[in-house]
Design a protein around this ligand. Structure first.
Ligand SMILES: [Fe+2]
Length: 312
C-alpha cells in the first residue's frame, strides 16, 4: 500500500511537471566590442577600408538602438596609482588636428553622456579604482575621429574613459572588465588605439610632402609585420579569459617595443580584452574586419568581438 502511494505521488509529480510550461530562457542583448586602430590624423579625412568599416559599425549600432558609446582612447592618461578619470565636461571642445581640413570636424557636435559617465564612475569605484570626474577635459582626435567616421550624421551620447599613465595592461584590462556589464544595457564599448603604432618608425616623407599617408614606397619592416601578426593571432585565436591573457602578454612579445615606442596606443587593446574576455565570452572570437597600412610601418587593424545579437 505504501509502495502504491509512493508511485501515485511520483506519477502525480510527473504529471504536474508535464503541465508546467518549460522554463523560458532569459535573453539579454549583449553588444559587441571593437578594438579600432585610429592611425594618423589623416584617417579622419581620407577614405579607406578602415573608415568604411567604422561607418558600417556605426550603422549597425544605430540599427540596434545603441544606448551610448563608452570609449577608451590613446591620448588621455591620468596620473596616480589605480586612478582613472571619466570625461564629465558638459561642453567639451575638440583639440585641433593637423593634416585634416577643419570642415571635416569643426562643426561636428560632440554629445557627452553625463548620466552614463556617473554609471561608469560607480562601476569603476565598486571595482576598486580611484575615479575622478573630469569636467574640463576636451576631446582628442583618437576618439572623435572614430565617432565622426562611425556616426557622421550625429554623435550618440558618449563617455570617454581615461587611461592610467602607469600603462599597466592588467589594470586597463580590469577597467574593461568592470565596464563589461554595460554591454548588457545596450552600450557599445570601443577601444581606440593601434595594432602597430610607432611614430618614431613611421616613414613620414610622403605625408609631409604630398599629404599622402597611404604611400608605401617599400614593404613594412619585419618587426611591424611580426607584431601585426601577433596581434591578429592573439585576438582571433583566443576567447574569454584566454583573450585577456593573450592580449596583455603581447607586451612581452619580442617586437612589442619596435611596434609601440610608447605604450599609450596599446592600452585600449587590453581594455577591450577586459570588456570582451569574461568566462561568459568564451567561444566568441574576435574577427579582423579591416586593415589599413599608413606611413609604411603603421598598421591600422580593426577588430570586432561579438555581434548585436541576443545572448542567453
Ligand atoms: Fe593616436
Amino acid at each position: 500500500m505504501e509502495k502504491t502511494t509512493q508511485e501515485q505521488l511520483l506519477f502525480q509529480d510527473l504529471a504536474d511537471q508535464a503541465r508546467v510550461a518549460p522554463p523560458t530562457k532569459t535573453t539579454t542583448m549583449l553588444s559587441p566590442v571593437h578594438f579600432f586602430s585610429h592611425g594618423s590624423t589623416m584617417m579622419l579625412g581620407e577614405e579607406s577600408e578602415s573608415a568604411s568599416y567604422w561607418k558600417q559599425c556605426g550603422d549597425d549600432a544605430l540599427a540596434h538602438g545603441v544606448k551610448g558609446i563608452v570609449m577608451m582612447g590613446a591620448h588621455w592618461a591620468c596620473v596616480g596609482q589605480d586612478k582613472i578619470e571619466i570625461s564629465m565636461n558638459p561642453k567639451p571642445g575638440k583639440s585641433p588636428v593637423a593634416y585634416v581640413h577643419p570642415s571635416k570636424y569643426i562643426d561636428y557636435e560632440l554629445v557627452p553622456d553625463l548620466d552614463s559617465g556617473e554609471k561608469c564612475i560607480r562601476l569603476l569605484t565598486d571595482a576598486g579604482f580611484g575615479v575622478n570626474a573630469n569636467d574640463k577635459f576636451d576631446w582628442i582626435h583618437d576618439t572623435y575621429l572614430i565617432l565622426i567616421r562611425m556616426f557622421p550624421e550625429r554623435c550618440p551620447p558618449t563617455t570617454i574613459i581615461s587611461m592610467n599613465a602607469n600603462f599597466d595592461p592588467h589594470l586597463h584590462m580590469q577597467v574593461g572588465a568592470a565596464l563589461r556589464p554595460l554591454r548588457e544595457q545596450g552600450y557599445l564599448i570601443i577601444g581606440s588605439g593601434g595594432a602597430v603604432h610607432n611614430l618614431y618608425r613611421n616613414v613620414w616623407g610622403p605625408m609631409l610632402r604630398y599629404s599622402d599617408n597611404f604611400a608605401q614606397e617599400c614593404a613594412p619592416g619585419d618587426w611591424a609585420m611580426d607584431f601585426r601578426q601577433a596581434v591578429e593571432d592573439a585576438f582571433c585565436n583566443n576567447s574569454g579569459p584566454h583573450l585577456r591573457r593573450a592580449v596583455t602578454r603581447l607586451m612581452k612579445h619580442p617586437t612589442y617595443r619596435d611596434a609601440h615606442a610608447t605604450d599609450d596606443h596599446f592600452m585600449a587593446a587590453t581594455f577591450v580584452a577586459g570588456a570582451a574576455g569574461s568566462e561568459d565570452d568564451s567561444g566568441i572570437y574576435a574577427e579582423l574586419k579591416a586593415e589599413t597600412w599608413e606611413l609604411t610601418n603603421m598598421c591600422n587593424s580593426q577588430f570586432s568581438i561579438g555581434r548585436w545579437v541576443s545572448a542567453t
